[in-house]
Design a protein around this ligand. Structure first.
Ligand SMILES: Cc1cc2nc3c(=O)[nH]c(=O)nc-3n(C[C@H](O)[C@H](O)[C@H](O)COP(=O)(O)OP(=O)(O)OC[C@H]3O[C@@H](n4cnc5c(N)ncnc54)[C@H](O)[C@@H]3O)c2cc1C
Length: 475
C-alpha cells in the first residue's frame, strides 16, 4: 500500500489528509496516510478555548465568506447549521486618528469609497484627503505586470491619508504586515485586477457590488456577512476533521527533524529518534520549518524557503462586567501605525459574534506585535495584560477590572507576502517538481487565510494521488 506522510497538523495538513483519504476512497485506491504533528494538540494556529462560559478564539476568529472553501468544508463535515454570521446590528468599525476614534464612513469597502455623502461628512479624513480619494476615478491605470507594494499602490490611487488611516491598519493589518514591503500582486490581486479592468478602484468596486447583488437576488438563502464563524468556535472544524481521520492516522508529540530522498522514496527522521519511509511526503509546516527539514535533500530549495519572512503576533482577550464598560457600538477599532500605539486593533468579540459569553459580560480581544511591534510578543502575561489595559484606558477610557484575561502568542506564525513573492513561489514550485512525490502546502504560498489553506489542501491531495496512481498505471 502506498504511504503518504503529512508533516504538520494545522488546518492545511488536516484538510490535505482528509481530502487525500476521501479522494483515494472514491477512486478505489488504498493508501496509508499518516499525519505527524509536533505539538500535543491539532489545529496549529486555530485554537478555541471554553473557559467558565467564555468562548475564546486564541488565533483566527472567522473566515471570509468571499472565499468559499472554509464554509464548503464545514458543510461537508456536517457543520453547515453551525456556520454563523456577524451580528449585523453591531456592525461598524472605528479608526483611531490623532488620538480620537472616528467611525469608518459607510460605503468604504476595504479601502475604496463607494458612497459620496459619508465620505464628505466623515471626520476621519481632512478635506484634502477626501478630495484626493474622490479624485481616484480620474487617475489613469498603470497597466503593468510588475509587482508593486501596497504602500505605493494606495498612495498612487487614493493618496497618503487613505494609506495611513485605512489601507495600512485595515488591509495590511490582516497580515500584521508593513505596507511598504507587502506585495500587491500576491496579497491583494483583486485590487490590481479592478484597476486593470475598470481603470479605477471606485468603478471596479461599484461593478463588483452590482454583480454581487444580482447573485444574491438569484440565490434564496440569507445573505452571508463578510466574516463568518462557527457557533462553537473554529476548533469545531478541527475536531470534525480529526474524528473523520481517526486516531490511527495521526501521531502527536512527534517532531520531524530531517527528510531525505533515496531511490524515489522519502525517509523522515524524527527528532526523538526513529525513521519513517514514505512514497510521498507533504510539508504543511511554515516555510522556514520546511526549509530546515529540506536542508540536506535540496539546499537551494531550502534557502529559497527561508526568504519567505514571518512575523510574530499575540492576542489578548479580556472580559469585563458589562455594567462597568461602555463600548462604542461596533465590532471594534483599528489603529494606524502613525498613531504610535502598542496595540494594532481591538475586536469587541462579544459584539461581533453572538454566544461568545453571557450578556452579563463583554469580551474584547486586542492584537499585539506584527511587523512594527514584534518585540512586544516577548512580554510576559502580566506585562502584556497591563500594557493592553493601559492602551484601552487611553483609547476608550476603559478602567474596569477584567474578570478574565487570556494571552496567546503566535511566534513567527504570519507569513509575509513581500514584493516578489509570486516569483519566489513560482521558483519554489518549479524546484519542487524535481522531487516527484514531494509537496509543499499551507499559508506560506498562495493565500494566507483559513479558506486558502483548505483550498490548497484539496489541490495538494489531488496532485499527490495523481502522482501515486499514475505512476502505477505507467509502470
Ligand atoms: C493571530 C492570528 C489570527 C489569524 N486570524 C485569521 C482569521 O481570522 N481568519 C483567517 O482566515 N485566517 C487567520 N489567520 C491565519 C490562519 O490562522 C492561517 O491561515 C492558518 O491557520 C494556517 O494553517 P497552516 O496549517 O498552514 O499552518 P499552522 O497552523 O501554522 O500549522 C502548522 C503545524 O505544523 C506543526 N509543525 C511545525 N514543525 C513541525 C515539525 N518539525 N514536525 C511536525 N509538525 C510540525 C506545528 O506545530 C503546527 O501545528 C490568523 C493567524 C494568526 C496567527
Amino acid at each position: 500500500m502506498k504511504r503518504v506522510v503529512i508533516i504538520g497538523g494545522g488546518i492545511s495538513g488536516l484538510s490535505t489528509a482528509l481530502y487525500l483519504k476521501e479522494q483515494a476512497a472514491s477512486a478505489g485506491h488504498e493508501i496509508d496516510c499518516l499525519l505527524i504533528e509536533k505539538g500535543s494538540r491539532l489545529g496549529g494556529n486555530i485554537l478555541t478555548e471554553k473557559v467558565d462560559g467564555f468562548l475564546i478564539e486564541g488565533g483566527p476568529d472567522c473566515f471570509l465568506s468571499e472565499k468559499p472553501w472554509a464554509a464548503q468544508l464545514c458543510r461537508h463535515l456536517g457543520l453547515g447549521d453551525q456556520i454563523m454570521p456577524t451580528t449585523e446590528e453591531n456592525k461598524g468599525t472605528f479608526v483611531l486618528s490623532k488620538g480620537r476614534l472616528h467611525e469608518m464612513p459607510d460605503g468604504l469597502i476595504l479601502m475604496v469609497p463607494t458612497k459620496i455623502m459619508p465620505l464628505i461628512t466623515t471626520s476621519l479624513f481632512s478635506w484634502l484627503g477626501k478630495l484626493r480619494m474622490g479624485f481616484e476615478i480620474f487617475i489613469p491605470p498603470r497597466h503593468s505586470k510588475e509587482d508593486e507594494t501596497l504602500g505605493s499602490f494606495v498612495r498612487r490611487r487614493l493618496g497618503n491619508e487613505a494609506l495611513d488611516k485605512i489601507a495600512e491598519p485595515l488591509v495590511a493589518g490582516v497580515h500584521a504586515g508593513d505596507p511598504e514591503t507587502m506585495s500587491m500582486r500576491a496579497s491583494f490581486p483583486k485590487f490590481m485586477e479592478m484597476e486593470d479592468e475598470h481603470g479605477s478602484l471606485v468603478k471596479g468596486m461599484l461593478a463588483r457590488m452590482k454583480k454581487a447583488k444580482e447573485v444574491q437576488r438569484a440565490s434564496s438563502g440569507p445573505r452571508p456577512t463578510m466574516f463568518m464563524t462557527l457557533k462553537g468556535g473554529l476548533s469545531e472544524m478541527i475536531n470534525a476533521i480529526v474524528s473523520r481521520l481517526g486516531s490511527s492516522s495521526i501521531k502527536l508529540n512527534t517532531s520531524v527533524s530531517r527528510v531525505e530522498e533515496k531511490g524515489g522514496k522519502y525517509f523522515l527522521t524524527m527528532e526523538a529518534g526513529g525513521a519513517i519511509e514514505a512514497d510521498s511526503v507533504i510539508f504543511s509546516t511554515p516555510a522556514y520549518i520546511s526549509s530546515w527539514l529540506l536542508v540536506e535533500l535540496d539546499n537551494p530549495l531550502s534557502e529559497k524557503l527561508q526568504t519567505i519572512p514571518y512575523v510574530s503576533t499575540a492576542t489578548v482577550t479580556l472580559a469585563f462586567n458589562a455594567s462597568e464598560v461602555k463600548l462604542p457600538k461596533s465590532f471594534g477599532f483599528v489603529i494606524p501605525r502613525v498613531e504610535e500605539r502598542k496595540i494594532m486593533a481591538a475586536t469587541f468579540t462579544s459584539r461581533k459574534f453572538a454566544g461568545r459569553c453571557s450578556d452579563e459580560y463583554v469580551m474584547i480581544r486586542c492584537f499585539v506585535g506584527g511587523s512594527k511591534n514584534e518585540y512586544l510578543v516577548a512580554l510576559d502575561d502580566k506585562e502584556m495584560v497591563d500594557m493592553v489595559r493601559g492602551e484601552l484606558k487611553d483609547i476608550i477610557g476603559l478602567n474596569a477590572e477584567p474578570v478574565l484575561s487570556r494571552v496567546y502568542r503566535w511566534r513567527k506564525a504570519m507569513p509575509q507576502y513581500t514584493i516578489g513573492h509570486l516569483e519566489r513561489v513560482r521558483w519554489i514550485s518549479e524546484r519542487v517538481h524535481q522531487h516527484p512525490g514531494l509537496y509543499l502546502t499551507g499559508s506560506a504560498y498562495n493565500g494566507i487565510g483559513i479558506s486558502d489553506s483548505i483550498r490548497e489542501g484539496e489541490i495538494t491531495a489531488k496532485k499527490c494521488l495523481d502522482y501515486l496512481f499514475q505512476k502505477d498505471a505507467q509502470a
